[in-house]
Design a protein around this ligand. Structure first.
Ligand SMILES: [Cu+2]
Length: 383
């Protein structure tokens, strides 16, 4: 697990960013591998009462010399894009978001929030008593107080009490937070992208609303959910007309495959995440999409989180086989809180036939009863 880290708890950060007049960004305090990283206590903010210990320690892993090891990385952070490497070792990428891919070698993995990558790496870079740093670095396109995380990898006979002194690979970070070039990443099991039955244009934007709140918009809306009015249950009753555009629902009827052209005219990059489905990733890069170029159309990358860079585009496509209502959103926690999400409804005529477990209805009844006695302070979009 690699993760940016805030000393404040989640709700305190949300309180900060959802305050009227807030215009900035929330800045992480540290960067962690497997939940650990040192922190220089002289950097603790004056109003930060978190107990702080210098030399808190790093995560430690053991490699057997000569053996090939599989590492499964996940970016469990809230905001930052990580660049991951192991000193002296080349990694072979074998899966993106659980989709096996044709293996390729790299020295640096780029991992946006919520993304997962599987690699294999051979322990052949030193002696039986060698030790190396595993590094995760928050790219400068992600604001952070402390960008660097390190964990120690010890070969068989290495002394765990002595930290590695290995040197990092030279890393020329283009500072775009973009994922690897799409021509590098082809699934092991090929699927040709079908002709879309519908193409959706989705522009990213920001607004300051009437209450002086900074919000993200997606296709011109900044949706929020109503905790007492779940959209899936409404869709099952065939009654979505009661929701206004602020619910961000896109009813694609019986369309079989939706192409989504995301244009990001602003400087911030975003990890775009689809629930319930995988996305064909057809095109990414600076500027607007030319409307036709697809990378590997006979076998495009498929995954469920992919970065759109600042001033750039991301074109994805979703086959709608998984009937239901699925969130499609930015995976940066604060951006989702500020309204950067939509809900895709696939096969609405079949949703009415969905079998929704009694336990879900029971939860809704209990929630309704609770909220009839208690005013819930919904301080953000609610997702
Ligand atoms: Cu975002």
């Amino acid at each position: 697990m690699v993760s940016d880290w805030w000393h404040k708890d989640y709700h305190s950060v949300i309180d900060e960013i959802m305050a009227p007049g807030f215009r900035g960004q929330t800045i992480s305090d540290n960067n962690l591998i497997q939940g650990k990283m040192m922190f220089n206590c002289s950097m603790v903010a004056r109003d930060d009462k978190t107990p702080c210990h210098n030399h808190a320690g790093v995560a430690k892993f053991r490699f057997q010399k000569g053996k090939t090891h599989r590492l499964r990385f996940i970016n469990t952070g809230s905001q930052g894009t990580e660049r991951i490497s192991i000193d002296g070792h080349t990694m072979t990428v074998i899966a993106n978001d659980l989709t096996p891919i044709i293996p390729y070698d790299t020295k640096v993995i780029i991992l946006g929030t919520g993304q997962r990558v599987d690699v294999v790496v051979k322990a052949d870079a030193g002696r039986l008593d060698s030790a190396f740093w595993l590094r995760a670095t928050l790219s400068p396109c992600s604001v952070a107080k402390q960008h660097f995380a390190q964990a120690a990898i010890f070969y068989d006979d290495a002394d765990e009490n002595e930290l590695p002194d290995s040197k990092a690979w030279p890393d020329e970070d283009p500072n775009t937070c973009a994922n690897d070039e799409l021509y590098l990443t082809q699934p092991l099991y090929p699927i040709q992208v079908p002709e879309p039955s519908f193409t959706q244009e989705m522009d990213i934007g920001v607004i300051i609303n009437e209450t002086d709140h900074f919000l993200w918009t997606f296709d011109g809306e900044s949706p929020r959910v109503d905790y007492n009015h779940p959209t899936l249950l409404a869709a099952k009753e065939g009654n979505l007309t009661c929701f206004g555009s602020e619910a961000g629902i896109y009813d694609y009827g019986s369309n079989s495959s939706i192409r989504i052209n995301i244009w990001n005219p602003l400087i911030a990059p975003h990890p775009m995440h689809a629930h319930g489905v995988e996305m064909y990733v057809l095109s990414q890069g600076p500027g607007k999409w030319d409307g036709s170029t697809i990378t590997n159309p006979n076998n495009p990358l498929r995954r469920d989180v992919h970065m759109v860079q600042g001033g750039g585009h991301l074109v994805v496509q979703i086959d709608t086989w998984n009937t239901g209502l699925w969130a499609f959103h930015c995976h940066i926690a604060w951006h989702a809180a500020q309204g950067f999400f939509t809900q895709f409804l696939f096969n609405s005529h079949e949703v009415t036939e969905l079998d929704i477990p009694d336990s879900i209805y029971q939860t809704c009844r209990e929630w309704d009863a609770f909220t009839s006695r208690t005013v819930v302070d919904q301080i953000d979009s609610g997702i």
